[in-house]
Design a protein around this ligand. Structure first.
Ligand SMILES: NC(=O)c1ccc[n+]([C@@H]2O[C@H](COP(=O)([O-])OP(=O)(O)OC[C@H]3O[C@@H](n4cnc5c(N)ncnc54)[C@H](O)[C@@H]3O)[C@@H](O)[C@H]2O)c1
Ligand SMILES: [Zn+2]
Ligand SMILES: [Zn+2]
Length: 379
């Protein structure tokens, strides 16, 4: 079938994107779903910094690539034998897309860590679906790469059965989309990666869609103190509305000392969700003795953090990475949705606005400038 999709042909074009237009809405050919795959009509897709990092070259990926990985939609067609693993899927089912497919058989999958699925990571790196296939091609017949098994800035997508979680049909599409990346990553960093106990002191550094999801997670987990840190005073004010007990602007030369003073020598759990080395340095510097620093931001792969091993040893510190919130998606997406419905994770507050697909470059200008939390393309 013919679809419209936002395609990136070259990374690193100049700002503003409203002028350089790195994403072009192109008509592509989409093959029918193969074995274990499903055709999804995409209803909503969020703009995440990880898309922006592919556009600006911080996260190198093969081009041409149809971007978008945080989305929700409705099943249109189920490929042959796609019912065999996990819950049955039927046309009309509502699903959230998950940006790491999990094969169910590899070593990480078999020990309950599907976020680290090895065939899933290999397929994502190569720009294919979990099957190793590309189902997208352009008007010249050239294959187009999939983004994280999703390619969701499009009216339709073919994805692995292992890239979706079925959700209740009454969840609004714009909210549903956020559960696939921002919420799964941000809340999961708190609940799964760090396993923050009630009564803990927490800091969240970087208040985008992912960081504010961590903040909501820390509040839901019963943290006694939640310090929010960003470069934007507007984001800090918003974080207070969402439950931050204190806020500190990271641009302040005394920021680290201020946070250490506010928290009696640092927090037990510091979360870095900005994707920059200065933010990660701040997170390390404000973690107390015996505490844990969790990093989920994705700076350029060549970036390095200078770190003294003696700090880890002498203060019994832990530094942990968190990918896709250490998620078990089939378990966690329904759990986080249930908490949202109970008012414990007010994820709808993270929605900054909706855009049509042809305004997507302007949307990434807004995200780059730090003026938005989560914008969602509706289709
Ligand atoms: N680990 C994962 O599985 C995963 C999943 C999704 C996104 N990410 C990554 O998480 C990061 C955040 O994504 P997002 O979509 O929320 O981004 P965003 O652009 O919406 O938010 C980032 C925030 O960090 C702030 N910031 C930048 N530098 C800072 C500093 N030095 N100190 C404090 N704050 C600073 C910005 O002002 C902004 O508010 C990105 O690097 C993204 O690639 C990781
Ligand atoms: Zn994302
Ligand atoms: Zn696997």
């Amino acid at each position: 079938m013919q679809i419209n999709a936002a395609v990136l042909r070259e990374s690193g074009l100049g700002l503003p994107y409203a002028t350089s237009r790195p994403l072009a809405v192109e008509q592509l050919h989409l093959d029918p779903p193969g074995p274990g795959e499903v055709l999804i009509q995409i209803k909503a897709a969020g703009l995440c910094h990880s898309d922006l990092s592919v556009i600006n070259g911080n996260r190198p990926r093969p081009v041409p690539m149809a971007l978008g990985h945080e989305a929700a939609g409705v099943v249109v067609e189920v490929g042959p034998d796609a019912g065999g693993s996990g819950p049955e899927l039927s046309p009309g089912d509502h699903v959230v897309l998950v940006f790491v497919p999990s094969c169910g058989h590899c070593e990480p999958c078999s020990v309950g860590r599907p976020a680290l699925c090895e065939p899933g990571a290999a397929a994502n790196g190569a720009g294919t679906l979990l099957s190793g296939e590309r189902r997208l091609s352009d008007a010249q017949g050239t294959p187009v790469n999939h983004h994280l098994g999703c390619s969701a800035f499009a009216d339709h997508a073919v994805v692995s059965r292992r890239s979706v979680v079925k959700v209740d049909p009454d969840l609004p599409w714009t909210e549903a989309a956020l559960f696939g990346c921002a919420v799964l990553t941000g809340v999961g960093a708190v609940f799964n990666t760090a396993q923050v106990p009630a009564g803990s002191s927490v800091a969240v550094i970087g208040l985008g869609g992912v960081g504010l999801s961590s903040l909501l997670g820390a509040v839901a987990a019963g943290a006694r103190q939640v310090v929010a840190v960003d470069l934007s005073d507007e984001k800090l004010a918003f974080a207070r509305e969402l439950g931050a007990t204190e806020t500190v602007n990271a641009a302040d030369a005394e920021a680290v000392q201020q946070i250490r003073d506010l928290t009696g020598g640092g927090v037990e759990y510091a979360f870095e969700l900005a994707g920059s080395i200065p933010a990660l340095q701040t997170a390390v510097d404000i973690t107390r003795r015996g505490g844990t620093t969790v990093t989920a931001g994705l700076p350029h792969p060549d970036a390095r953090l200078p770190l003294s091993p003696v700090l880890l040893v002498g203060e019994e510190r832990t530094l942990k990475g968190s990918y896709i919130g250490t998620a078990v998606p089939l378990r966690d997406v329904p759990r986080y949705i249930a908490l949202y419905r109970r008012g414990r994770l007010p994820v709808d507050r993270l929605l900054s606005g909706v855009l049509p697909l042809d305004r997507i470059n302007e949307g990434f200008d807004e995200l780059h400038a730090g003026r938005t939390v989560r914008q969602v393309v509706t289709l």
